[in-house]
Ligand binder design. Sequence first.
Ligand SMILES: Nc1ncnc2c1ncn2[C@@H]1O[C@H](COP(=O)(O)OP(=O)(O)O)[C@@H](O)[C@H]1O
Ligand SMILES: CC(C)(COP(=O)(O)O)[C@@H](O)C(=O)NCCC(=O)O
Length: 395
Amino acid sequence: MSKPEGKGREGGRGGNSRMDCGSQTGSIPDSPRSSHLAIDIGGSLIKLVYCSRGSGESAADENCCSSTESAKISNGINFHSLRGGRLHFQTFETSKVADCIEFIRSKKTDFGGGWHLEGSKEKNVIKATGGGAYKFADLFKEQLDIVLDKQDEMDCLVAGANFLLKAVHHEAFTYRDGVKDFVQINDKDLFPYLLVNIGSGVSMIKVDGIGKFERVSGTSVGGGTFLGLGKLLTQCKSFDELLELSHKGNNRVVDMLVGDIYGGNDYNKIGLASTNIASSFGKAISEDKELHEYQPEDISRSLLRMISNNIGQISYLNALRYGLKRIFFGGFFICGHAYTMDTISVAVHYWSKGEAEALFLRHEGFLGALAFAWVLWLVALASTPKYRPHMSILI
Ligand SMILES: Nc1ncnc2c1ncn2[C@@H]1O[C@H](COP(=O)(O)OP(=O)(O)O)[C@@H](O)[C@H]1O
Ligand SMILES: CC(C)(COP(=O)(O)O)[C@@H](O)C(=O)NCCC(=O)O
């Protein structure tokens, strides 16, 4: 599967700072009216989810996401009960929080009316998760007179994943050798599972039920590491640029293979083929080459593979630790990228000897923000009584 075309990149006031993962970024519609917003402010990206009222079936509504893929994503959710409203997704780089604030300011009158927090004196309150809900609380108050109603990040990740897996058709899929297979999860057979969120860093959470979970592990080698190291090593300026480079690269130029150590032979006794990577970036030890003598494409490819493989392996070890067969991967690092998903899948398959499998989520990067989706829907639907009967699916 190739990376979706980023038609959605042009939409919205936050367009300049938005991530360029076209599959996730929807443009901001002028119509229907927007209302009700939730925010997840992570180490790398700010994720906004907001709900607009209006017919989910109209052609105008279809245009609310300028990328085809985004439209499909929204439809996935729309399909389930929300015929009176629609969810929209928007991202900004966290380092450009000012753009996000400007965007919210530009929509503030549209968002009005649904922000009052029950039992609170404050008028403008939005649900917020991620570390930035703490870091930027004062900034939001000063600039927008908005109070961030802070919600725990792990609670939100799990709530978002459970919501998606229970309420959204065609949410989870396997990915092997370029083939995406949607898996319909039986509602009664969802738990337990391991949720691996690959954001700036990585959290691994054993989920036993609705609101029942434990963060069992994590690693600081995650999406931030890929982007940070990648920028340093290749001079790339953006995540998309780095991913693009990786398409054209050959990791074997940089990685030390088993065959490099064993004179072209396999190491059969411990099951290693000559083509297996023995040491990521290991070729750089012995070759008397400067950084600029390596192709950035090869470095990017090797880095992506190293990080994805490592996360796949640690995830499986944690699944093994708790006897979990299913591992769901989320977080914006994945970004629907074929090589990333393939590498993670292969790692899980390889280390589990085919016993466990990696599953990916279509709304991978929005788990935290989507924890509030049902709240957004309920608020939006409250003014649309004829849709109330559909709401039970969300609870
Ligand atoms: N446009 C982008 N800008 C920055 N990072 C991106 C972008 N698209 C994808 N990423 C990747 O996603 C990671 C952030 O994932 P995310 O789930 O949003 O985590 P966080 O909550 O820590 O921001 C980045 O570290 C990077 O690897
Ligand atoms: C601290 C975090 C929960 C923050 O979440 P993020 O913004 O990376 O999505 C995450 O970066 C993390 O789990 N890091 C790994 C820390 C560790 O377990 O060593």
